[in-house]
Design a protein around this ligand. Structure first.
Ligand SMILES: CC(C)(COP(=O)(O)OP(=O)(O)OC[C@H]1O[C@@H](n2cnc3c(N)ncnc32)[C@H](O)[C@@H]1OP(=O)(O)O)[C@@H](O)C(=O)NCCC(=O)NCCS
Length: 200
């Protein structure tokens, strides 16, 4: 994520969260926080293939769909999701994640999450953590798929409606079994993204 991306990020932020972060928070993350890692998912330029982009080792420029599949034709390279990681010493904390409403259920959230987890591994995290609303079943499903389990609860954590937060962690984050699980999930995800490209 760059400063230039923030206006597009804010459009998604405001639809995704009942208590949106202010623009200034993203500025701070990008400019001042060496322990933060903030990323965006973009539409892939027409003609580019998932594999070529993966081999380019960039988490950017990932999706290309027929314009007719979404309500309004998106600009090439439009931002369709974003996510952030904070490193607290040996803990990789997923601080935010959201995909554009028109692109949900197509692997964007999964790709963002796996990219954060890979970065946390690269930065030598021993475990991964996050908080999620008790009623946010969709996000919890995504996290459970990636090995997060519930380890606690923060009572009335969210100020808008007094909802509790579940605390979820991946405890075996550094163990070979989890690396293998992540490899398998990532492989399946890329396969899915390639399949979805048919019709371009
Ligand atoms: C949570 C969120 C990021 C998921 O993004 P997405 O792009 O729709 O997710 P994906 O398409 O990558 O789906 C990944 C997994 O999420 C879960 N999921 C996605 N949509 C779901 C749905 N409608 N119902 C149940 N589970 C769902 C599934 O486990 C899915 O894996 P599967 O396809 O193997 O079943 C997205 O719903 C969002 O932006 N929500 C608003 C913001 C938010 O709540 N962020 C989390 C804060 S803690």
């Amino acid at each position: 994520m760059t400063i230039e991306d923030i206006s597009a990020v804010m459009v998604i932020e405001k639809t995704a969260f009942p208590i949106p972060w202010p623009e200034q928070a993203y500025r701070h993350e990008i400019l001042d926080n060496p322990n933060g890692y903030f990323i965006v998912a973009r539409l892939r330029p027409a003609g580019a293939h998932a594999n070529e982009i993966k081999e380019g080792a960039s988490p950017r420029n990932l999706f290309q769909r027929l314009a007719g599949r979404v309500a309004s034709a998106p600009a090439p390279r439009a931002i369709i999701g974003f996510a952030g990681l904070w490193m607290f010493v040996d803990e990789g904390h997923v601080s935010t994640i959201a995909s554009h409403t028109e692109w949900r259920g197509q692997g964007v959230g999964e790709l963002l999450l796996v990219t954060l987890l890979r970065e946390a591994q690269r930065r030598k995290a021993i475990f991964a953590t996050l908080e999620v609303r008790v009623n946010n079943a969709v996000a919890q499903n995504l996290y459970r798929k990636y090995g997060f389990t519930e380890v606690g609860r923060r009572k009335r954590y969210y100020q808008d409606n007094g909802e509790d937060a579940l605390i979820m962690t991946v405890e075996n984050f550094r163990q070979p079994a989890y690396h293998m699980q992540l490899d398998a999930l990532e492989k399946a995800l890329w396969k899915r993204l390639e399949i979805m490209e048919i019709g371009d």
